[in-house]
Design a protein around this ligand. Structure first.
Ligand SMILES: NC(=O)c1ccc[n+]([C@@H]2O[C@H](COP(=O)([O-])OP(=O)(O)OC[C@H]3O[C@@H](n4cnc5c(N)ncnc54)[C@H](OP(=O)(O)O)[C@@H]3O)[C@@H](O)[C@H]2O)c1
Length: 286
């Protein structure tokens, strides 16, 4: 397959770059300067003499706090940009894999959240990502949306790297313990996308949305505790409520997703979050 990655300088985009040498597929990597998903002209111009089997859209506006004020920008990338890709992919019969977020949910019933559960984004980032999903849901093309959560990798700003960086200062840490969710190692997600494409299963029009994260669940405090233990840090860590930190964006307290649908549909096995974290900190971070 010929696979085109958009937003290739981001966390997930760079994981595709890392796995490309182990893959039998041909990858084309594009960053914002080569292919701006917000511009139809940019898409058409870049693609004018290229034909690919699938576009994997790693381009996104992902700053959850800033999205509260930079609303237009967040909407442009997370909704209009997706619409542009959908139009291109329908026209050229190209598959599209797109990523969304657990922040589209706000479950109150404390059971793992299924894809068809109530959508109720609590912040503007979640809202803009949901608007992007709708273009895929309404498209006739072979496209899917993978809703992921708590993503981390070697590249970019993420919770795991932040905790490790803070531990180097030697100062004690306060971390919230009342938000629950599912971490995702971006490398696992990138490998899963390739498996899904290789299975080449026709997707029912009504089932284009799938949750994906590593298995199991945790809260930010326990996640941080495990990161520090694996890293060998001796700093002290104290649990606090969400209210302790000022946050411009409201976040769901319970964000544990069910992965049963993606597992059953594509016959996948998913690594547990703590084994993937161990692999990341012990093997891949070096
Ligand atoms: N990070 C998380 O915890 C998390 C959680 C749930 C879901 N997700 C979803 O997972 C996907 C991957 O996230 P990520 O963490 O890899 O994001 P990321 O690191 O922020 O990467 C996004 C990339 O897209 C680029 N980009 C922005 N606007 C663009 C445009 N108009 N055209 C082309 N490229 C553009 C960015 O460039 P600049 O940096 O130059 O702007 C950046 O390189 C996203 O869809 C995100 O919403 C992430």
């Amino acid at each position: 397959m010929r696979l085109l990655i958009t937003g290739s300088n981001g966390q997930l985009g760079q994981e595709f770059y890392r796995i490309k040498s182990l893959s039998k597929h041909k990858f084309l990597f594009t960053d914002y300067n080569q292919l701006n998903i917000c511009s139809i002209d940019s898409i058409n111009s870049y693609m004018s003499d290229i034909k690919v089997d699938c576009i994997i859209n790693c381009a996104a506006y992902t700053d959850v706090r800033k999205a509260e004020v930079e609303r237009e920008k967040a909407f442009d990338v997370n909704s209009n940009g997706v619409k542009n890709l959908v139009v291109y992919c329908e026209k050229t019969q190209t598959r599209l894999i797109h990523f969304s977020t657990d922040y589209v949910y706000n479950s109150l019933n404390k059971k793992p959240i299924n894809e068809d559960e109530l959508i109720d984004p609590q912040n503007y980032y979640g809202y803009s990502k949901r608007e992007g999903e709708k273009h895929i849901e309404n498209s006739k093309g072979e496209s899917i949306v993978i809703r992921t959560s708590w993503l981390y990798s070697k590249y970019g700003n993420n919770f795991v790297n932040t905790i490790i960086d803070k531990s180097k200062t030697g100062k004690n840490l306060k971390v919230i313990n009342d938000q629950f969710g599912c971490p995702t190692y971006a490398k696992d997600l990138a490998e899963t996308v390739i498996k899904i494409l290789e299975i080449d299963k026709r997707i029912d029009e009504k089932t284009k949305i799938f949750n994906y994260s590593n298995g199991g669940s945790t809260n930010w405090f326990d996640f941080a505790k495990k990161i520090l233990k694996l890293y060998g840090s001796k700093i002290k860590i104290e649990p606090v409520d969400s209210e302790y930190f000022k946050d411009e964006a409201k976040r769901p307290k319970f964000s544990i997703t069910s992965k049963q649908k993606i597992i059953n549909t594509f016959n996948l096995e998913i690594n547990n979050w703590d084994s993937s974290l161990t692999n990341y900190v012990i093997n891949d971070l070096k």
